[in-house]
Write a protein that binds this ligand. Structure first.
Ligand code: PMP
Length: 427
């Protein structure tokens, strides 16, 4: 039944039925988690053999002749730079392979620009008291956390089906020298699974920021993470920037966290030589060299880029049914009520649900009380502030399918319950 068209008697009846259903579900004493985008056990098992590709009898010499057990090769071993070059679609000599986390590299990159100018003649960002960063919303909470930590005013930019609203981005960056950058997850964005259109990428490459040291944080965390047979295609920002002469604008990031093991994978970044010179001058102080054994282990396990893509097919086979459970349950339970909208992504790790305005916090609360943990309402906005109190990020990858089904049933009950409460003026 479509809630907006119901009489208050009809809604009261629906509310009473939902309250009973909620009480029954709560009584089951479940403990389910759809909070963070963590791979499930079955996905982690896909990479177990990587632990067998190296042992005490292995040859630890990389292609560049270096013993990977020892210090050295600050930028990472050649074969791993090549692999990430192919993953990111950039020349391998622009790649730096890091440690186990791309978020760590992003944090470092921002810290670097806080303390040293990325462009000669500009101020380090800590000397810019009114520094600002653009944050496409809904977005990734940990990105926002970094710029919050460094004292940026975060300006939300709405996402549409083509990516961030580029009219707003262009207007803001061309007029305000204190806007220093923008967070982007250009493919299968976190949380709404949108891939930036070709036009959006071209407009990014053509930006004319007032700040000479404006940088695009191009976090391509889900660049090869398809879940359907109709994957999205993302235009190559580095190629486009070469055409516009804006080669220093983007800084790219990715990792194998959702390819092999989160927290025990390999991360990489890529940037122009001008940028990399400044970043490397900083990283040189903080580390001698990253974990080359892990880089070598990854390269030996995959063989080449084709090997990575084949591996991603196995992830896809596991993830597709999980996304189907989420989408089918939303279709069955929430669609008829007309109170919510959600995304149907071709890849990535999330389904982004907009429940009835003013009820997201209540839905998350009801779910928690019934044993289902969700990402906090508002987390997808800077400072946790969703002005519509509507967006909830569903992360379907971690729970086993039977638990996911239960969790989604409870989620839908809670979303409907909260919508009834709102319409009946109870919250
Ligand atoms: N970027 C995005 C968009 C993510 O969703 C995540 C993980 N959830 C990360 C970065 C973190 O990646 P890493 O494990 O490489 O730090």
């Amino acid at each position: 039944m479509e809630y907006f068209k119901c009489s208050s008697e009809e809604l009261e009846k629906e509310y009473a039925a939902l309250k009973k259903r909620y009480k029954d579900e709560k009584g089951k004493g479940l403990s389910l988690n759809m909070a963070r985008g963590k791979p499930g056990k079955e996905q982690l098992d896909l990479s177990l053999k990587m632990l067998d590709v190296m042992n005490s009898k292995s040859d630890f010499i990389g292609e560049d002749g270096m013993d990977c057990r020892n210090y050295g090769i600050f930028h990472g071993i050649d074969e791993c730079r090549k692999l990430f070059g192919e993953i990111l679609g950039v020349p391998s000599n622009s790649v730096m392979v890091g440690g186990n986390s791309s978020l760590n590299m992003m944090f470092d990159t921002i810290s670097c620009m806080m303390t040293k100018p990325i462009v000669e003649g500009c101020k380090p960002w800590y000397e810019v008291p009114d520094r600002k960063f653009l944050c496409p919303v809904p977005g990734y909470d940990r990105h926002f956390g970094i710029t919050q930590y460094y004292g940026f005013e975060m300006i939300p930019v709405p996402m549409n089906e083509n990516g961030p609203d580029m009219d707003i981005v262009e207007r803001l960056v061309s007029n305000d020298e204190s806007i220093k950058g923008i967070w982007c997850v250009p493919k299968y964005s976190n949380p709404n699974g949108i891939t930036y259109s070709d036009e959006t990428v071209r407009r990014f490459a053509s930006l004319k920021p007032a700040a000479k040291d404006f940088r695009i944080m191009w976090d391509n965390a889900y660049c090869i993470h398809d879940i359907t047979d109709t994957p999205d295609k993302l235009l190559n920002i580095v190629d486009e920037c070469r055409k516009t002469g804006n080669v220093d604008l983007p800084v790219l990031f990715c990792s194998t966290s959702k390819i092999t093991f989160p927290g025990a994978g390999v991360a990489a970044m890529a940037a122009s030589s001008n940028n990399m010179k400044v970043f490397a001058a900083r990283y040189n102080y903080e580390i001698i060299s990253y974990d080359k054994l892990n880089m070598l282990r990854h390269v030996k396990f995959f063989g080449d880029f084709n090997g990575v893509l084949k591996h991603m097919e196995k992830h896809k086979a596991i993830l597709k049914p999980k996304f189907d459970i989420v989408l089918n349950t939303l279709d069955k339970e929430l669609k008829p009520t007309g109170t919510a909208n959600w995304t149907n992504p071709n890849g990535g790790y999330f389904v982004s649900v907009d429940v009835m305005e003013g009820t997201a916090k209540r839905v998350v609360h009801l779910c928690r009380d019934a044993g289902v943990v969700l990402t906090g309402a508002g987390a997808t906005y800077p400072l946790g502030n969703d002005p519509h109190d509507s967006n909830i990020r569903i992360a379907p990858t971690f729970p086993p399918n039977n638990e996911l089904e239960q969790a989604m049933d409870i989620f839908c009950t809670c979303a409907k319950l909260a919508a009834c409460e709102k319409l009946l003026g109870k919250i």
